[in-house]
Ligand binder design. Structure first.
Ligand SMILES: [Fe+2]
Length: 291
């Protein structure tokens, strides 16, 4: 074993977030960090990110990267916070620009042409980052969102929302830029990996009979994922996914998440009174077709 993985779980958003490190050099990456957000109180919290920082400290690790798997729409990313605290580089798919452009008008926030002003490392299919001698292989896995990316590190793959635990299935594909056929292709690529590859998910919403769990294997996912398994073809999956998507509500933290996560995981700039605001765009008769 040359890497070590420590999983953290945010119960409020059902998010799995990880610290991965190279055992030899102790270089580390955080994957999909969480910034807590209480919309009623208007507060953000860093408890889980701070827990990860103190783990990094205790284990004597050097935090090199903070990687997001995609433009999360159900929790705020703590990437910018962790960068500010540790000097680690933020990493995300270069496809984030396309997602930002889709939502720019909705939030009346500018498209940032030079994404390097928001993120340190913009990755794409086939890119490789390193922790010591350990490779982080970037695999584009669009479908849930157009920028969705998985990180393959030795025999572990961090899939974001490309797959969930087998009894939960897969993530929705009905956000702008989402595509069930693309998701099927992306999952097929993951399911082609060695049977023993461990799949680490970004969310678990466990049924009442079990506790939250954050990892499965390729073999188990292929055998028993309720939405996409070896006994189902692409059209089966698209039918299941589309039907399910038509019944889903808007995620509670959709608007707060997107206006932060698509602009470098940075909180909106303070207004003239020194206060930062999260906006909720209203859909009215006048703008229902415009947005
Ligand atoms: Fe997501």
């Amino acid at each position: 074993m040359t890497i070590h993985i420590k999983a953290f779980y945010d119960k409020a958003t059902g998010t799995g977030t990880y610290v991965v490190h190279d055992v030899l050099t102790r270089q580390a990456a955080v994957i999909d960090p969480v910034l807590h957000f209480d919309s009623a109180a208007g507060t953000v919290g860093t408890r889980l990110a701070d827990e990860q920082l103190s783990y990094v400290d205790t284990e004597n690790l050097q935090l090199k990267y903070v990687c997001d798997t995609h433009a999360h729409a159900d929790h705020l990313s703590a990437a910018a916070y962790l960068k500010a605290k540790s000097g680690a580089k933020t990493v995300i798919s270069k496809g984030i620009g396309e997602v930002q452009a889709r939502f720019s008008q909705r939030f009346n926030k500018p498209v940032v042409a030079d994404l390097s002003t928001l993120y340190d490392v913009l990755v794409g299919e086939g890119d490789t980052l390193t922790l010591g001698d350990v490779a982080i292989n970037v695999i584009a896995t669009p479908g849930h969102t157009s920028d969705s990316t998985s990180y393959l590190i030795e025999d572990n793959i961090f899939v974001g929302d490309t797959l969930f635990m087998p009894d939960v299935g897969t993530a929705r594909c009905d956000f702008p830029g989402g595509d069930a056929a693309q998701l099927y292709n992306s999952i097929s690529r993951i399911h082609c990996l060695d049977d023993n590859t461990t799949i680490w998910v970004c969310h678990d919403y466990p049924p009442s009979h079990r506790k939250a769990s954050l990892h499965t294997t390729v073999a188990e996912s292929r055998r028993s994922n309720i939405h996409v398994n070896d006994n189902m073809n692409e059209s089966d999956f698209i039918a299941v996914r589309t039907k399910r998507d038509s019944s889903l509500a808007v995620p509670k933290l959709l608007y707060p998440s997107l206006q932060v996560n698509l602009w470098g995981a940075q909180l909106p700039a303070p207004e003239a009174n020194g206060t930062r605001y999260i906006k909720i765009p209203l859909t009215t008769k006048e703008n229902a077709n415009a947005n």
